[in-house]
Design a protein around this ligand. Structure first.
Ligand SMILES: Nc1ncnc2c1ncn2[C@@H]1O[C@H](COP(=O)(O)OP(=O)(O)OP(=O)(O)O)[C@@H](O)[C@H]1O
Length: 299
């Protein structure tokens, strides 16, 4: 059940919202879709789901187009959340579950188990409008996955949730992936993608600027971060050969360096400089990569 996008472009008037995007997302994969505001993520999702026509290119899932007759296999958490405020959670989910081919008793069973899992069993008979925004989002998430879709598209699933709820949703998403669902999700939060995805794409002005496996992307970025903690003033390292950037912290500094060898020379330079509590070389974070690839054009 591979999802394939080949040279997909979407033009609104003269504006290219998505520009020649090609992706391949295999079964049971969690794929991260990153990009700043207006990068083209939601537009891509809408095209994948057939809610928006492409200007050019091909999209297929298991070799076929996605259309209405596959709705029982697909789950979608749209960016613009929308539940019926006057309906109870139960009636709302029965309605949506039935649209995806489920019968009432199996919907109720699933809803009970999900509300239990999300620690809100008391919401079953509450009206949606009585719930907080974050809790409405949990209900909307349940509505996207109640029918156990094979392909799940989540547009900013963690936005607006408190840290406890973010963890709950993350665990749910990981479970679904392990049971065979392919998941594509967009996020502005690099650490979520870093934690959950093997593969990712960073879109910028509709174009993919970084694409591939998280591990390869980090390796090929080259630069590394050196974390130093101690009581000394490390500012002299700003001018050390191979140091790209220097960030001061209350208890030390974090330095971006050109390559691993630079950490050796810094290590030598720190000899006799007092007690170092931490000296650790790290891969660049996705945040570093995003800022370098996308951030510059914000200026
Ligand atoms: N229906 C539309 N008509 C005209 N332009 C549109 C339409 N939908 C989206 N756009 C434009 O396409 C571009 C991409 O928008 P899109 O919503 O896909 O971005 P996004 O990456 O999801 O952004 P965000 O992170 O802010 O949600 C934007 O410049 C937007 O203004």
């Amino acid at each position: 059940m591979t999802l394939v996008l080949k040279n997909v472009t979407k033009q609104f008037g003269s504006h290219k919202a998505v520009d020649n995007l090609s992706l391949e997302i295999p079964e049971s994969e969690m794929f991260g879709f990153l990009g700043g505001n207006g990068a083209g993520k939601t537009t891509t999702f809408r095209m994948i789901l057939g809610l928006l026509d492409r200007t050019a290119g091909e999209i297929s899932w298991n070799g076929e187009r996605i259309n209405y007759d596959k709705s029982h296999l697909i789950g979608y958490l749209p960016e613009e959340r929308g539940l019926y405020p006057k309906l109870t959670v139960k009636d709302q989910l029965i309605y949506l579950g039935k649209l995806r081919g489920m019968n009432k008793s199996s919907v109720v069973k699933e809803v009970e188990s999900w509300l239990e899992r999300f620690k809100v069993p008391e919401y079953m008979n509450k009206k949606v409008e009585e719930l907080s925004k974050g809790n409405q989002q949990k209900i909307q998430f349940i509505s996207a996955i109640i029918h156990k879709p094979k392909l799940l598209i989540l547009d900013e699933p963690f936005s607006g949730l408190d840290p406890v709820n973010v963890e709950m949703l993350k665990e749910a998403v990981v479970d679904l992936k392990e049971k065979g669902t392919s998941i594509v999700f967009s996020s502005h939060r690099m650490e979520h993608v870093e934690e959950l995805c093997e593969h990712l794409c960073i879109l910028h002005k509709g174009k993919p600027v970084v694409q591939g496996s998280l591990r390869d992307i980090k390796r090929s970025f080259g630069k590394k971060n050196l974390i130093i903690r101690g009581d000394e003033d490390f500012a002299f390292l700003k001018d050390h050969p191979g140091v790209i950037s220097y960030k001061k912290y209350m208890d030390g500094c974090t330095i971006q360096i050109e390559d691993e060898d630079v950490s050796q020379t810094i290590f030598s330079a720190l000899q006799g400089k007092g007690f170092i509590r931490k000296f650790e070389l790290e891969e660049p974070s996705l945040n570093d990569i995003f800022i370098e690839k996308v951030g510059a054009s914000y200026e």
